[in-house]
Design a protein around this ligand. Structure first.
Ligand code: ATP
Length: 376
């Protein structure tokens, strides 16, 4: 029911190629994130799935049904926006009950005959059919807002408003939940707790969720799989661990976490290692690639920094010399910017109380485990 398939999706806006042959295969019950820089096409992809945008070409399927020509309100998708889009003059209960009430009235025979003012009056008096009342209160309990049911949404905090928006989408029991940058307006601490709330609810309900964000930490911490987009194209799809450990391009290596990217040439093989020569370094990798010209990718936490002459004998495979430019104490880690020829490498080391931090201008030797050197 809740799987989503997007095939060769293309969208042009008067000359702007917003999407180019986007393919996604989102499984039922999956938490799927669309991640990428501003303008890469995340929102357009989501709006095409929701039905607010007509694709220029390509197919969108929800469950077994092709939905290209089905209007948004019949696609069985719930939407949560960055701006919440709540009714400020209604209380929490009314905001959540609103769409449910309309849906029920629309589907009953009476609905067509009931003048709109009567419906509104009914709502004003708080007379909701019992099943609606029960369902709304149930969902409000779920997002921990049942005690605020009678409060106006304009009197709520940002996090509470976002939970009302979530409840309003969930109460319709959609097959797919679409969330477009839902946490962007919240402060750092609240974002963190809302991430956990959304993930908990998504897992409890097992609802297929597509989550748009430009924040890699958000995508990586919440999603089962992530599609990284750039310039209207999907560049890589994978689990957070796959994207982090095996980025397919330097762009992804840099967008998903921090990476050091060095240019080099594979000059041969030695004891099962590829040997790569670059300007001012020679590095071995357990990675083997077809091409000669490569990008050498190393994560900051996979480089160790030593004062010259203090390297232990089991660290001798890859040694590079450099000079500390900046050292930054960040609590549990110390981050160093280290100049190696034309490169400034980022190196993260665990902070050990009592151990000296390398100082600016100091010469260092860096070691890198060949298994942690990725060649692209
Ligand atoms: P952001 O993170 O900034 O919201 P995004 O990745 O969601 O960006 P989109 O909003 O999907 O990106 O936009 C993709 C491209 O399509 C951009 O170049 C944008 O300017 C363009 N675009 C989006 N909507 C329209 C529109 N209605 N008319 C013209 N161009 C549009």
């Amino acid at each position: 029911m809740g799987s989503v398939k997007v095939s060769e999706l293309t969208k042009e806006f008067s000359g702007v190629h917003a999407l180019k042959n986007v393919n996604l295969d989102i499984r039922e019950g999956e938490f799927f994130a669309l991640l990428g820089p501003s303008g890469c096409g995340k929102t357009t992809t989501m709006r095409c799935i929701a039905g607010f945008e007509q694709p220029t070409s390509g197919m969108i399927q929800i469950g077994e049904t092709k939905v290209n020509h089905i209007p948004p309100n019949k696609r069985n998708c719930g939407m949560v926006f960055q701006s919440y889009a709540l009714f400020p003059h209604m209380n929490v209960f009314e905001n959540v009950a609103y769409s449910l009430n309309i849906k029920q009235l629309n589907s009953s025979n009476m609905a067509a005959k009931l003048p709109i003012y009567l419906r509104l009056l009914n709502r004003k008096l708080g007379k909701y059919p019992k099943p609606i009342e029960q369902k709304v209160m149930e969902i409000l309990q779920y997002v921990e807002l049942d005690k605020h049911a009678t409060r106006l949404t304009s009197e709520l905090s940002g996090g509470q408003q976002q939970r009302v928006a979530l409840a309003r989408a969930l109460v319709m029991e959609p097959a797919v939940l679409l969330m477009d940058e839902p946490l962007s307006n919240l402060d750092q601490k609240l974002r963190h707790s809302m991430r956990n709330t959304i993930r908990r609810i998504q897992q409890d309900l097992g609802i297929t969720t597509i989550f748009v964000t430009h924040d890699q930490e958000e995508a990586m911490s919440m999603a089962d799989r992530v599609a990284v987009m750039d310039s209207g194209e999907v560049k890589q799809i994978g689990t957070p661990i796959e994207l982090y450990s095996k980025p397919s391009t330097p762009f992804i290596a840099n967008f998903v976490g921090t990476s050091n990217v060095l240019k080099g040439t594979v000059v041969g093989e030695e004891n099962g290692y590829s040997v790569v020569k670059g300007h001012g370094f020679l590095i071995k990798s357990t990675n083997h690639v077809q091409q000669k010209e490569v990008n050498v990718i190393v994560r900051p936490e996979n480089i160790k920094a030593f004062k010259p002459g203090t390297i232990s004998s089991d660290e001798l495979t890859n040694i590079i010399e450099g000079t500390v430019l900046v050292s930054t104490y960040l609590g549990s880690i110390v981050r160093y910017d280290i100049q190696v020829e034309e490169y400034q490498l980022v190196v993260d080391t665990t902070f050990v109380p009592g151990e000296a931090i390398l100082t600016e201008g100091e010469r260092v030797q860096l070691t890198i485990d060949p298994e942690r050197v990725l060649l692209i």
